[in-house]
Design a protein around this ligand. Structure first.
Ligand code: KG4
Ligand code: ZN
Length: 337
């Protein structure tokens, strides 16, 4: 693709967990987004950090080549390289970080570090309509559960988060207990669609303020399974999934409504892997109608981990000339503020 010297053409790399992804963005528009999901972890019922790192090493070159080819971009067209600095698994982050650093050095172009959780929120700017500022974003992934007040693309404030497990973990661990495999979120989602959400009752934790807690419901499911026995669980799998999921969604939306009322913000977004959940998407739309919110839900492909969101974040930072030194190292616990 012919580009001119004023164009901002970025290659972005995501390697924080078990997805190896690369994306090309031209003047703020995504031109390619290649995601290779590592299937190796399925047999272990969860992500094995060492295997994730090795798989990233094998996948990164072909994934980047495909992203460049699909976008019709040559290396010489690139204005900069964006990469996920954290949060995530150290060994996994190291692969993307090293690749980005060496490419930027070889091409003599700027390096742009991206916070993965900030990028989940900025996925909302990949396609129209984007939320208006300020907006609230419920960011729900495998490692995080946050309510974020977004004042500007690069000005975000975490106003509520979990005190223990992330909601994605509550999905994944429940799936493991129910023998549904990994990753558990999509499996529970699918089964829940065929079940009755009122069939069983699980405890709703109501922490103070805007904090979440998901460890109690996880333990209560464990006791439920032990008490009822394997046969009962198998026979009632869809109802159990529906009831469990329904309770998780209730906890999420209860806090989101509280945040909206307290901050008087009615522009409401969700982001992160769990925002792919069909029950949550539907419940958010329903609550949005009742509360007169403008609701923003990303396309499925931009909910779970992908490099397009990293590219979008890198574009905003590149415009601000927020570049990163070659001495940079990954930050497995990268706080957003
Ligand atoms: O954002 P993400 O892809 O990776 C992290 O940054 O953690 O989120 C992964 C999480 C996993 O816990 C996965 O089970 C969950 O998102 N997830 C879902 C669904 N799709 C992915 N949870 C519930 N329903 C889904 N459809
Ligand atoms: Zn993520």
């Amino acid at each position: 693709m012919p580009t001119n010297s004023k164009d901002i053409v970025l290659l972005a790399i995501e390697s924080s967990c078990d997805e190896t992804s690369a994306s090309v963005i031209l003047n703020g528009k995504i031109k390619s987004n290649i995601v290779a999901s590592q299937v190796i972890h399925e047999q272990f019922g969860g992500v094995v950090p060492e295997l994730a790192s090795r798989a990233h090493q094998q996948l990164i070159v072909p994934v980047v080549s495909k992203a460049m080819e699909e976008a019709g971009i040559q290396k010489s067209d690139l204005s900069g390289i964006g990469f996920t600095r954290g949060p995530g698994l150290l060994g996994a982050l190291l692969v993307g970080t090293s690749f980005a650093k060496s490419t930027a050095l070889a091409l003599d172009i700027p390096l742009v570090e991206v916070n993965h959780m900030q990028a989940h929120v900025l996925a909302h700017f990949i396609e129209e309509p984007a939320p208006e500022f300020p907006f609230l974003c419920l960011t729900v992934s495998g490692g995080h559960t946050q309510i974020v007040r977004v004042n500007a693309p690069l000005e975000m404030e975490v106003i509520g988060e979990t005190r223990d497990d992330a909601v994605g973990e509550a999905f994944d661990k429940a799936a493991k207990m129910l023998g549904l495999g990994y990753p558990g979120g999509p499996m529970i989602d699918k089964l829940a669609a065929q079940g009755n959400p009122e069939a069983f009752e699980f405890p709703v934790s109501d922490m103070q303020g805007l904090s979440f807690s998901f460890s109690g419901i996880k333990t209560s499911l464990l006791y439920f399974i032990q008490q009822k026995g394997a046969e009962f669980v198998q026979e009632n799998l869809a109802d159990i999934c529906a009831s469990y999921q329904h309770t998780l969604i209730k906890m999420l939306l209860q806090k989101l409504r509280r945040a909206s009322k307290e901050l008087k913000i009615k522009q409401i977004a969700i982001a992160g892997g769990v925002s792919a959940n069909s029950g949550l998407r539907k419940a958010l739309h329903e609550m949005g109608e009742k509360e007169r919110w403008e609701v923003y839900i990303p396309k499925f492909e931009y909910c779970t981990d992908n490099a397009a969101m990293i590219a979008m974040a890198a574009h905003f930072k590149f415009q601000n000339q927020e570049f990163t030194d070659q001495k940079v190292s990954p930050l497995p616990r990268f706080e957003m503020n």
